[in-house]
Ligand binder design. Structure first.
Ligand code: SAH
Ligand code: SF4
Length: 364
């Protein structure tokens, strides 16, 4: 890290500015370590986190309870990179979808879902996604880059400011696969949970994964009571492999064992996401496979008619198949519910978030 001294003594062509790190790339622990290296007392980390994520300041000079010398030193070593709302769309049901742009021009979509005194933010963990799920708008565009923990939390801060309301729930269910960007995602959850950050209760913070077993096993070891959701979408291997090519190598019996171990060691009930597509995963055979996958597991199945995504070739399930699935699961002793859709008219519903790179900001 350059100090003020080294910055001044370097020849200009070395371009030291490029070596300045966005402090948003640091976890809370790394912020504490950096401050300790500067000989600062332990409580400084809480102060810095409070300014960054409790208050959302844009510059170190605003951190008025830090010694001036420390503010200067931090400003020499780190930047606080911008995250700005490029566009905002408001759904008939009050859901708001944002295109949030970062300092390098990369943008992601973030969704705010108000519900009486609750405000849930669905944030992105990557710009795009490499998993290539055929039913998902994000997966159809590939991965642009990972987000830092700061970029994840800044999305939540922007939504809180736009609503002028405290965020009560956060879900890592926007663009990207959180367990493909594990460390930054967990660091973000901790900042969201921290009383110095947004102070959102751990149980009100959910991570949704396409089901990477190593990630689930790691997540089970985290001390916080975060909530886990897994995108299952089919309990038939060939169907799931086709729908979710990124997790083709994950055998369903192994995923099932991992989830049983997760529930066993954490005492927490994971959610299985199941989006129904007509004739693909809503048949009787698929229902039988799903029921036997879930039977005897501590699990909650979230059923949703698949949201239409252009070019996917998938149609949402018709008639009362969603309820047929729910009732059959419940009869088999499996907790199941039908998810209420939000923001479909502005393409803010699950799976409808697209990657925009220097784009126009038009959603969907
Ligand atoms: N990558 C993670 C989290 C982001 S996707 C994951 O896959 O879980 C967010 C949620 O939207 C997941 O549950 C995903 O399965 C679901 N989803 C994606 N496309 C969808 C669609 N077209 N209709 C309904 N849900 C969809
Ligand atoms: Fe990625 Fe999740 Fe979309 Fe699959 S469903 S492409 S894992 S964001």
């Amino acid at each position: 890290m350059p100090t003020i001294g080294t910055l001044l003594s370097r020849p200009a062509r070395v371009a030291p500015v490029d070596t300045i790190t966005d402090i948003g790339a640091l976890s809370r622990e790394e912020i504490a370590e950096a401050l300790a290296r500067l000989g600062q007392p332990r409580f400084r980390a809480a102060q810095v986190v409070r300014w960054l994520y409790g208050r959302g300041v844009a510059g170190f000079d605003e951190m008025t309870d830090l010694p001036a010398e420390l503010r200067e030193r931090l400003a020499a070593d780190y930047s606080i990179d911008s995250a700005t709302i490029e566009t905002r769309q408001v759904s008939r049901d009050g859901t708001r979808k944002y295109l949030v742009r970062f300092h390098d021009g990369i943008s992601v979509e973030t969704v705010g879902l108000p519900d009486k005194d609750r405000l849930t933010v669905c944030f992105s963990t990557q710009a795009g996604c490499a998993m290539g799920c055929t039913f998902c708008a994000t997966g159809r565009t590939g991965l642009a880059r990972d987000l830092t923990c700061g970029e994840m939390v800044r999305q939540v801060l922007l939504v809180a400011a736009d609503f002028g309301q405290r965020v009560t729930n956060a879900v890592a269910m926007g663009q990207g696969e959180p367990f493909a960007n594990y460390d930054a995602s967990i660091a973000a959850l901790r900042l969201l949970n921290s009383p110095d950050g947004l102070g959102i209760g751990a149980r009100h913070i959910t991570v949704s994964t396409c089901g990477l077993p190593a990630g689930i096993r790691r997540f089970a070891m985290e001390p916080e009571q975060f909530t886990l959701a897994v995108s299952l979408h089919s309990a038939v291997q060939t169907t799931r492999d086709r729908l979710m090519p990124g997790v083709k190598g994950v055998p369903l019996p192994g995923l099932r064992e991992t989830l049983i171990a997760y529930a066993g060691s954490t005492g927490r009930r994971p959610t299985l996401e199941y989006a129904l597509a007509a004739g693909v995963n809503d048949t009787d055979a698929e229902l039988a496979a799903l029921t036997s996958f879930c039977r005897g597991m501590l699990v909650h199945v979230n059923l949703i008619p698949i949201n239409p995504v252009e070019g996917s070739g998938l149609q949402r399930t018709v008639g009362d198949r969603v309820r047929v699935f729910r009732d059959a699961l419940q009869r088999a002793g499996v907790e199941a519910s039908v998810r209420v859709e939000r923001g479909v008219d502005i393409d803010a519903a699950c799976g409808q978030l697209r990657q925009h790179q220097g784009g126009t900001g038009n959603a969907g």
